[in-house]
Design a protein around this ligand. Structure first.
Ligand SMILES: C[S@@+](CC[C@H](N)C(=O)[O-])C[C@H]1O[C@@H](n2cnc3c(N)ncnc32)[C@H](O)[C@@H]1O
Length: 231
């Protein structure tokens, strides 16, 4: 399954950002900026963006980091990372080709971990997601922040149904038409309605060891930013 996911993302780097901006009406850009702002509170000088893809979140971090902060970006898809390397901010970022389930870093390394729109992809099942979050916890320094931006489930039933309908009718077709990747956008449209709500994801973070977990829901709850701290 992991190999399948890596292949899916290796098919889409050219159109990946454009499709996200179209499908979210540009809100993905606003949400990443908001998550990066929350992340900046972590301070310290070693930050990493997990499953960084084409590097949009890592670029946001690079824009708000103070001098002397080293930013890393990890992903297991070389084509996605190669696209990220073309960004103007890339010269400030160290790219790491790695599966996030087994990171090539010692315990207690980073002051901040971010992940955006990729937690659904590492959620092969609940136990695997907890294990992946435990791996994040391992490489985070005590006092370090974990910031997670991901699609979520609107609490209001009618809005949730409309969101799922939009996902089914619009996301799949638009994604396939623009990218030419059927697998990528069938996968996206199928995983969004099945993902956890904000409370369930907070519970998963607790189970992985994070403390002080809280979240803010975005745009009627279609997405959420979660934050946790390593004690
Ligand atoms: C939907 S994209 C998100 C990219 C970016 N974070 C963003 O905000 O748009 C998911 C990314 O996660 C990566 N990914 C999925 N599973 C992974 C894993 N187990 N280890 C490393 N990267 C992974 C994929 O290669 C892809 O680049």
């Amino acid at each position: 399954m992991n190999k399948g996911i890596r292949n899916i993302f290796s098919e889409v780097p050219e159109t990946y950002e454009l499709i996200n901006h179209i499908l979210t009406f540009g809100l993905d850009v606003v949400w990443r900026k908001r998550a990066a702002k929350a992340a900046a509170m972590a301070g310290g000088n070693l930050w990493i963006d997990m499953c960084s893809g084409t590097g949009e979140m890592a670029s946001n971090l690079s824009n708000i980091a103070t001098n002397g902060t080293q930013i890393y970006a990890a992903d297991f898809s070389l084509p996605m990372l190669n696209k990220a390397r073309l960004k103007p901010d890339a010269k400030h970022i160290k790219f790491v080709l790695s599966d996030i389930k087994k990171l090539p870093f010692p315990n207690d390394t980073f002051n901040l971990i971010t992940i955006s729109f990729a937690t659904r992809n590492i959620n092969l099942n609940r136990d695997i997601l907890i294990q992946s979050f435990k791996e994040f916890y391992r490489v985070l320094q005590p006092g370090g922040y974990f910031i997670n931006l991901e699609t979520s489930q609107p609490p209001h039933l009618l809005i949730r149904r409309l969101f799922h309908l939009y996902t089914k009718l619009f996301i799949e077709r638009t994604g396939i038409t623009i990218s030419g990747s059927r697998a990528g956008y069938v996968y996206l449209s199928r995983t969004i309605p099945l993902f956890y709500n904000a409370e369930e994801l907070a519970d998963i973070m607790f189970q992985a060891g994070f403390k002080g977990v809280y979240f803010q829901k975005l745009f009627f709850g279609v997405a959420a930013i979660h934050q946790g701290i390593k004690d």
